[in-house]
Design a protein around this ligand. Structure first.
Ligand code: NDP
Length: 328
């Protein structure tokens, strides 16, 4: 009989779903050619949705949530990985339709894994996590549009959250002048410590947007969607670009074509879940070179598996600051 290991399991019930921390066995692992001893996972907004069932993120039952993990390969028949290799996984439907990181063991497809780059520990990989890796994809999207530190100010929305905090950290290290937009002005000092030159209040951005506003931003990273993104788009400078990756406010986008046809604004969609391996490897290379790991550790808290349900509820209420690593 196989050894048991601790992990969360989500089961479907008549009125939704039930989540339990329990002893699992290898029979609970899903199909895959690589088995990983999970050392750390992370808590992202999507994990909050999966754990609480607020939105049907989990679409196969029973399933272990956790869209991220980092750990050591224990078994592999995949050509790129052997026992002892350190690996990281972000997305690819893990924690949604394939069991993920909130358990001591995971079995996945080797094609979804990235070998941990030199200089990145499993803890740091999860301090980065999907949120941090998405921030880097957003920065790369702005760069692709030709936005440089000389172009002007960059606005980051949801700045005190996971994607936002890491985006502020990366952009300020790259020499951009960053303005942080937050609903938590009490976190202004925290955001300035991360490198924000200015911190502005979210509330006016929650109001209905006008087609065009004052030209303020050369670039923006948005995690909110809804009126916030619509207001940001209407305030972009001529030729500016917005990287949109989230829906923390809303899935809707009540905007007009005016900023696009009169100011040549570009809206870049950013998806981390199905991003190609080449893009992931480039993002991780950039994370190693362009992220200040000491400061990343400063914005990261560590919790245990048993703390995940409470923290999952907190992240959905916008009460979690920065990043949360889960020691598995
Ligand atoms: P967090 O919960 O850590 O951060 C979200 C932040 O958004 C909050 O901290 C808050 O920041 C802000 N916010 C919350 N409610 C509102 C609101 N009503 N209006 C405006 N801002 C609001 O989540 P993550 O950073 O992990 O994720 C952020 C978003 O990005 C989520 O929607 C997530 O699903 C998405 N995402 C998308 C990915 C992709 O591949 N496209 C990958 C990763 C995340 P503050 O308190 O500073 O205002």
């Amino acid at each position: 009989m196989s050894e048991t290991f601790r992990g969360f399991q989500v089961n479907k019930t008549e009125d939704g779903q039930k989540v339990e921390l329990k002893d699992l066995t290898d029979d609970d692992l899903m199909e895959g050619d690589v088995t990983v001893r999970v050392e750390y996972s992370a808590l992202n907004y999507k994990d909050g949705l999966a754990m609480t069932g607020k939105v049907p993120v989990v679409r196969r039952f029973p399933l272990t949530p956790g869209i991220d993990f980092a750990g050591t390969v224990t078994e592999s028949t995949h050509a790129s990985f052997s026992s002892g290799d350190k690996v990281v996984l972000n997305g690819f439907g893990v924690g949604e339709v394939h069991s993920g990181g909130f358990a001591e063991k995971a079995r996945v497809r080797g094609d979804w894994l990235v070998g941990l780059p030199e200089g990145l520990s499993t803890w740091h990989a999860m301090a980065v996590g999907t949120a941090g890796y998405t921030s880097m994809l957003c920065v790369m999207a702005l760069e692709k549009q030709g936005i440089t530190p000389d172009s002007g100010d960059i606005l980051v929305t949801g700045a005190a959250g996971g994607v936002g905090s890491v985006a502020v950290l990366i952009l300020s290290k790259l020499g951009y002048r960053v303005v942080a937009l937050t609903g938590r002005m009490a976190e202004a000092d925290y955001l300035k410590d991360l490198g924000a030159a200015d911190v502005i209040e979210r509330q006016p951005y929650s109001e209905k947007a006008r087609p065009l506003g004052k030209e303020l931003w050369a670039g923006a990273i948005d995690v909110a969607g809804g009126n916030t993104l619509a207001n940001v788009i209407s305030q972009m400078k001529y030729g500016a670009a917005v990287a949109a990756c989230g829906l923390a406010e809303s899935m809707s986008l009540p905007t007009s074509v005016a900023p696009f046809i009169l100011r040549g604004v570009t809206l870049c969609g950013v998806d981390s879940v199905m991003a190609s391996l080449a893009k992931r490897e480039e993002a991780y290379k950039r994370i190693v070179s362009d992220l200040d790991f000491e400061r990343l550790a400063g914005l990261t808290r560590e919790i245990g598996l048993e703390d995940v349900p409470a923290e999952a509820a907190a992240i959905l209420e916008g009460r979690v600051r920065g990043r949360t690593v889960v020691k598995v």
